[in-house]
Ligand binder design. Structure first.
Ligand SMILES: Cc1ncc(C[n+]2csc(CCOP(=O)(O)OP(=O)(O)O)c2C)c(N)n1
Ligand code: SF4
Length: 267
């Protein structure tokens, strides 16, 4: 049974007041530009933006030495809402451009932001090569399982059977799993979090930025406008679990098994 939340509930109000106070004092607002996000109301990217600023604030990153390079797509707007150096590239090119920025300016912290469409189709070759070369960039893959800006077209991560504007009888292919793909290419840091749980996602992003090599963070993020079926907040709520305490982060086989398990591990 699902309990409907009453917006006049004083407990809920107190919770919101606490959240807003935390945002005001947590240092995240200093990293936000004056532009308000133009994403649809309820888009998971709001949670990702919050998690990212939280991670950057917790790491004490100097906004003048932080560069966020984005792909094209709804996810590509993310740097516009940050008060750091931002660069929007052509579709599928965020990772190589971020790698170039890092190569020319090794002292900068460089983050590439892409959607699952950009990272796993147009940019797939670049992603694989950046992993192989261990370019010291953090890649934030915003995985909503659709091409949001293309009005819900499929990506290589879209679940099989899904009806899309191009697949009236359902998508025939099995989805690519970005975590096992990256592990198979030799990635030494992969992580995953959920836009609906920004604290956990911020923790993963923080560790990924600190990593001195290529790191991939998959941020699972509902597209509330074009996916009413799969990655819905009410479906995903409560499914996320932390990695087992005994998990050895240096064990490739264990990482593969967790990535392929179908469980929603966060970490
Ligand atoms: C070179 C090139 N190919 C195709 C497009 C069309 N296009 C614009 S956004 C997009 C995909 C966006 O999907 P995704 O990367 O998953 O990001 P989202 O919008 O879901 O954040 C595509 C194919 C383009 N702009 N440029
Ligand atoms: S179309 Fe989807 S991904 Fe794009 S802003 Fe709207 S909810 Fe977000």
């Amino acid at each position: 049974m699902r309990v409907k939340q009453d917006e006049n509930d004083p407990l809920l109000e107190r919770e919101l007041v606490r959240e807003v106070a935390g945002i005001r004092t947590g240092g995240t607002l200093a990293l936000r530009s004056a532009d308000l996000p133009n994403w649809c109301a309820g888009c998971g990217y709001y949670g990702v933006l919050h998690a990212f600023t939280r991670a950057a604030a917790e790491l004490g990153l100097d906004p003048d030495r932080l560069v966020v390079v984005s792909d094209y797509g709804c996810s590509g707007w993310l740097p516009f809402f940050l008060k750091v150096y931002g660069f929007q590239t052509a579709h599928g090119r965020a990772v190589p451009v971020a790698g170039g920025v890092k190569m020319a300016n090794p002292d900068l912290t460089v983050v590439a932001v892409c959607g699952d469409g950009g990272a796993l189709s147009a940019g797939l070759g670049h992603l694989v090569q950046a992993i192989r070369r261990n370019v010291a960039v953090c890649c934030l893959l915003l995985d909503n399982g659709v091409r949001g800006l293309m009005r819900g077209q499929a990506t290589p991560a879209t679940p099989r059977g899904r009806v899309t504007p191009m697949h009236p009888y359902g998508l025939p292919e099995a989805p690519l799993n970005p975590l096992s793909l990256a592990l198979g290419c030799g990635a030494s840091f992969v992580g995953r979090g959920y836009a609906g749980a920004p604290e956990g996602l911020a923790r993963v992003i923080r560790e990924a930025i600190r990593f001195r090599g290529f790191s991939l963070v998959v941020a699972v993020s509902p597209c509330v406008t074009f996916d009413h079926e799969h990655w819905r907040y009410d479906e995903m709520h409560g499914k996320w679990v932390d990695l087992p305490p005994a998990h050895d982060p240096t064990d490739l086989r264990a990482a593969m098994e967790l990535a392929e398990s179908g469980a929603w591990y966060q970490g």
